[in-house]
Design a protein around this ligand. Structure first.
Ligand code: NAD
Length: 480
């Protein structure tokens, strides 16, 4: 069991002023693997005060210095990859190999991409030849509260902390209380890389406590949040009182539209993608829409894929999937599987209870429902577990109508060998991202959603600009 950790405020590890103990549970064993303190108002205030004090110095610093700082962070992050993978694997149940090859490396990928794109941002730019004395200046939004979830801890922490640093913001990170250990390692990394005192602060806490205190804090200028739509709505309402800028990265219910002319691996690829990270990804393709002429075959392949997906402890090496993060998530998923059965979907793989041979740990059976219609609960709600719903369709128009009939709009997927058809679909799908034929987005592409999936974009140039205010200046002089 790890020792109780403290908070990182103003460049030092400090004891909580107003903390209460909280058990971190290893989802593979259901055992307590660490005890952290959940902070209270005095801790939130101390962290925000440190960030406010550091702001004037940091926001007017040379962007080249901030870029150099982020390059040092990347070096230390790379050197600490094994520690980070162990922390993630223990706190949220990603199998150790996957924790290193996907979870940790997603952070590496984002930091590299921010470094690569940073010179595209013009901090002072002319408006145009028609207005020679006008300048458009971009400057830091200010003190930012960064609130992150447990499902891809470093993916989300790097997508917020790094662009905030590059923009010249100072910040308070509140990681998920369910998966706080990776952020302790992260704070150590930033300390070692030499982030100036007060620029980055970290306080552990829960939503009703530190989360709410941050989103309503008068000295916080912006909240960037990733997590559930439920919390996103509460944060928006609370932040409205002080008119903060709010960035929201919320859930999804992605459609994966598989046309009859899709490549032969499309169904296996789609099912595996749905089960990846034990189904705990906001962009998981959880609704598989299959053209009627290949429907029966696709159902068979998806069921086989689920049956071949091995489930085991996160501590073992291998390509299996691990448990879901918590007892609450386990219970929620079981409830939704039952709902699928009750509402008449056809269970073709998996189902209720734990996989055979596993009687401890929050392990869920990879599950496939066929004959789902888009109004069923399992097609509408984000399950956040390894549960795939297959829905038949006839032709492009019906596929589009079903795919877009959801409150969410994060990522949709299209599988077809017909390029013109793919392009038509990409234009009409109402989501922030569309990925086709198994291609993933390139370096620097923006991540984010429409509708109930959120507000704003993360990653690359868009990610940094999110943390920048735009200032229009008239009467600019060319004198230095
Ligand atoms: P959550 O939204 O409750 O928690 C995410 C983060 O927000 C945590 O740091 C939490 O402490 C904080 N938080 C919660 N309520 C808050 C509030 N009122 N004010 C400020 N901060 C608050 O997510 P969860 O309870 O861990 O998971 C519940 C569901 O959320 C999941 O089933 C899943 O559907 C969804 N989820 C989505 C994502 C995503 O990436 N889109 C990530 C995690 C969870």
């Amino acid at each position: 069991m790890l020792e109780k950790r403290e908070f990182y405020i103003n460049g030092a590890w400090v004891a909580p002023l107003d903390g209460k103990d909280f058990d971190v549970i290893d989802p593979s064993t259901e055992e307590v693997c660490a005890v952290i303190s959940l902070g209270g108002k005095a801790d939130t205030d101390a962290a925000v005060a440190a960030a406010s004090a550091a702001l004037p110095g940091f926001m007017y610093s040379d962007p080249a210095e901030r870029l150099a700082l982020v390059k040092r962070i990347l070096e230390v992050y790379t050197a600490r990859a094994d520690d980070m993978a162990k922390a993630i694997s223990m706190e949220m149940g990603a199998p150790i190999d996957m924790a290193l090859s996907s979870q940790v490396s997603s952070g590496t990928w984002h930091i590299e991409n921010f470094i690569r794109d940073f010179d595209k941002i013009e901090f002072i730019a002319p408006l145009g030849d028609h207005a020679p004395e006008d300048r458009i200046i971009k400057e830091a939004v200010g003190v930012c509260a960064l609130i992150t979830p447990w499902n891809w801890p470093m993916n989300q922490v790097t997508l917020k902390v790094i662009p905030a640093l590059l923009a010249g913001c100072t910040m308070v990170l509140k990681p998920s209380e369910i998966a706080p250990l990776s952020s302790v390692v992260w704070a150590e990394i930033l300390h070692e890389a030499g982030v100036p005192a007060g620029v980055f602060n970290m306080v552990n806490g829960d939503g009703p406590g530190v989360g709410t205190q941050l989103s309503g804090h008068p000295d916080v200028d912006m909240v960037s949040f990733t997590g559930s739509s439920r919390a996103g709505i509460l944060i928006s309402k609370n932040a409205a009182e002080t008119l903060k800028k709010v960035h929201l990265e919320l859930g999804g219910k992605g459609a994966n539209i598989i046309f009859a002319d899709a490549d032969e691996k499309a169904v296996v690829r789609g099912a595996r993608h749905c089960f990846n990270n034990t189904g705990q990804s906001c962009n998981a393709p959880t609704r598989m829409l299959v053209e009627r002429s290949i429907y029966d075959k696709a159902v068979e392949i998806a069921a086989e894929t689920a049956e071949k997906t091995r489930v085991a402890t996160a501590h073992d090496s291998g390509s299996h999937i691990g448990p879901v993060v918590s007892e609450a998530q386990f219970d929620k998923i079981q409830g939704l599987i039952q709902k699928g059965i009750d509402e008449g979907a056809r269970l073709v793989a998996g189902g209720l209870g734990r996989p055979e041979g596993l009687n401890r740990g929050y392990f869920v059976r990879p599950t496939v429902f066929a004959d789902v219609n888009n109004q069923m609960t399992i097609a509408r709600e984000e399950i956040f577990g390894p549960v795939l719903s297959i829905i038949p369709f006839e032709g492009e128009e019906e596929a589009l109508a079903i795919a877009n009939d959801t409150p969410y709009g994060l990522t949709n997927y299209v599988q077809s060998q017909d390029g013109a058809k793919r392009n038509r679909m990409a234009r009409k799908l109402r989501s922030g991202m569309v990925e086709m034929n198994g291609k993933s987005r390139g370096r620097g592409a923006p991540f984010g959603g429409m509708k109930a999936s959120g507000i704003g974009r993360e990653g690359g140039v868009w990610g940094v600009e999110d943390f920048l205010e735009v200032k229009a200046v008239a009467g600019w002089s060319n004198d230095a």
